[in-house]
Design a binder for this molecule. Sequence first.
Ligand code: ADP
Length: 355
Amino acid sequence: MGHDQTLYVSQEHLDIALNHTKLGFWELELENPRMICTPQCKINIGAGEKPTVSYEDLINAIIPEDREKMQADVALALLPGGGTYNSQYRVIHPDGSLHWIEANGKVLYQNEKPYRMVGTTLDITAKKDMEMLKDELLSFTTHELKTPVTVIRGYLQILYTFIEKTGNTRFADISKKSLDATERMTRLLKEIADPEYRKGDQIILQKQQFDVCTLLADTIASINMVSPQTQFRLHASNSALVMADRDRIGQVLINLLNNAIKFAPDSSEIVMVVDQFEDQIKISIRDRGIGLSENEYAKIFQKYYRSDQIKSKVEGSGIGLYLSSEIITRHGGRIWVEQPEDKIGSKFIFTLPKV
Ligand code: ADP
């Protein structure tokens, strides 16, 4: 009796919490697909009036532009090594309004085979609106800043060239440092202002067949030009062919390598390994830098997230990893971070499907 009562109270608590947060709850039977949704879950996806909602109803409720991505996210969760589901999609409510939904879930296994998924839905429209406002504000501000910064950079360039010729090394050094700082500022502004950079959900891929090992070698060569002190060690087989957007994958590599340099002020060694499996290629990038705490492993792939401990010390926008993760998942791959075996620095890993 006592036991039952405890159960009843916690069930009631759960209901209150679910209602309060407007969190919907769903279950999906995988073999002969059957779906169960709580009333709040139906409201969230704009099907509040319906007595039942099937998986097909859910897909149809999602606007066509987001359907493929959502189905890819489900497929990803069901892959070996997956197990967790996370997706954001848009639905239209009966009153015609557009709502952003965040869905999270977990795969349940029977004899190591996925047989059911359970999870939640949450209406995140308000959060998305804020994000859009932030994006707008950022592009306005960066746009306004770009012109004066370009002017300052131009004048500093003239000053530096002039002082250098006079042979006054102290002032030449000062003007060079100011010039370098303005250049960093220009790069940062470009990164934030570029709408392509911020809107991961609008990336269009132009796929072609290419060798990842060659791309890695090319990327290392170009990074070495600006950062000659960095020592790269590449362990790769002769070739690893993928069908992907070469420029976008290059962008991911540059993001990861720049971070590996930026967040490792006391070490210049970066080890890269390319592993080939039957159906996928795995690329890992390991630095010996400041590393990350375990509770940050998922957060760092969120838009604008930057670690509290480095915010004031290292420049950045918190967009690079968010965009990298969008690019990789859009290719049907996965990206994550791990702690290296010797617990020094961090190891970023991503996979791409093999040709
Ligand atoms: P940014 O580098 O512009 O801050 P990113 O999206 O590339 O943005 O990275 C997000 C955050 O993840 C960083 O601010 C940092 O806190 C953390 N991070 C990324 N790469 C590394 C790394 N190699 N080592 C330690 N922390 C990292």
